[in-house]
Design a protein around this ligand. Structure first.
Ligand SMILES: *Cc1c(COP(=O)(O)O)cnc(C)c1O
Length: 372
């Protein structure tokens, strides 16, 4: 049966690898016999404080509305987002995670004669969605987002989409706003869309104003920019699947053509609205994060590990010994600590989500042992 379908499927889809999410806890329990309560999962950049209790309460309160379709205009959520970002409802599109908004953009703009441009190491889904439509993927030489590298490639290829992931996943570095503007200025708005993926922007702007991007300003100035945000990281709602895009009204109208109806759930919408209300939870998240990430920086210095200064909720440690990231990754996995090995991105590096104090101590304990 498989070969029958394989033969018939669209040619350009045959080579796509299935997206592999961070290793689930269940697998580590099964394979290595680690007690589930001893497992520390720091591989998917989830909020270590868990779900905000206020949001959890609202989700429960909406449980008896599960038989009804959600409000497809998503009025309550658009209202809350428009207040937060000082934009109109017409500037907003909601997705089941910002991932789904990425898929809408790709669906709308890409085909086999088009291309996208990203930095060498960036969010894997940009490439995967491009592959869905047979579009070519062009990459800059280095993992950092450098205007000097982006601009010649923009001029040469006129890509349909330029992705600026700031701060960048999986490296953690953020772009100065001036660099962002430089790149946008180099694009031709009649051929190229610039997507600014701000999945970790809450962390970046808490760190420095240099990184802060205000979607309302940027879309006022440029017709060809779409800003992406998500509730999955600082807001602690990865399991609820809510993200959003902000752009000029004409582009949002075009994107709505490829949105399926009711694309987020009644519970997700209620959760996201409450998450925006509950500013205290996000503040606490950012405060604890800033304390804990400085411990990762100290640990790195003490053990002579190079790291990329991070504007996100994870930190990327860089190693030198041959296949060192593979060795450390395996060592920790067998002992129940799940992090992300960046070997598949061509980097001898580990991406570690900053966890709770206790989780981070377990990481330090294991890494110290493995390094000595
Ligand atoms: C996590 C993440 C997203 C989107 O996540 P969703 O859960 O789909 O909203 C988008 N971009 C980057 C860079 C991310 O790390």
């Amino acid at each position: 049966m498989y070969s029958l379908f394989h033969q018939r499927m669209n040619e350009h889809l045959k080579d796509i690898d299935v997206y592999e999410a961070g290793k689930p806890i269940e697998l580590v329990v099964r394979e290595f016999g680690v007690d589930p309560k001893d497992i520390v999962k720091l591989a998917s950049n989830e909020n270590p404080l868990g779900t905000s209790p206020k949001v959890a309460k609202v989700i429960c309160e909406h449980a008896n509305r599960a038989h009804m379709y959600p409000d497809d205009s998503m009025y309550a959520l658009k209202e809350a987002l428009s207040k937060k970002f000082l934009v109109e409802h017409e500037n907003l599109i909601i997705g089941a995670g910002s991932d789904q908004v990425l898929s809408f953009i790709s669906h709308l703009l890409l085909n086999s004669s088009k291309s996208i441009l990203t930095s060498r190491v960036s969010f894997a889904m940009y490439d995967i969605y491009a592959a869905h439509h047979g579009a070519k993927v062009i990459k800059t030489p280095s993992y950092q987002h450098k205007a000097d590298e982006f601009i010649p490639l923009i001029k040469k290829h006129s890509p349909s989409i330029v992705y600026l992931c700031t701060p960048n996943n999986p490296t953690g570095d953020a772009m100065d706003i001036d660099e962002v503007y430089k790149i946008i200025e180099a694009t031709d708005s009649s051929t190229t869309l610039v997507v600014i993926d701000g999945a970790y922007m809450e962390y970046a702007q808490a760190k420095s104003n240099r990184y802060k991007i205000e979607p309302s300003k940027i879309i006022k100035k440029y017709p060809n920019v779409l800003y992406l945000g998500t509730f999955s990281k600082a807001y602690g709602l990865g399991g609820m699947r809510v993200g959003y895009g902000i752009a000029r009204e004409d582009f949002i109208k075009a994107l709505l053509k490829v949105r399926p109806p009711f694309n987020i759930t009644t519970l997700s919408m209620a959760a996201a609205v409450e998450a925006l209300n509950d500013t205290e939870f996000v503040e606490k998240t950012l405060l604890i994060h800033s304390q804990e990430i400085s411990r990762y920086e100290e640990f790195a210095k003490e053990h002579n590990i190079k790291y990329i200064p991070s504007a996100t909720n994870f930190i990327t440690y860089l190693f030198e010994g041959e296949r060192e990231s593979d060795r450390l990754y395996e060592y920790m996995l067998k002992r129940g600590v799940i992090v992300r090995n960046l070997a598949s991105y061509g980097m001898n590096a580990l991406r570690i989500t900053v966890g709770t104090k206790k989780q981070n101590e377990r990481v330090f304990e294991l890494l110290s042992k493995a390094l000595n």
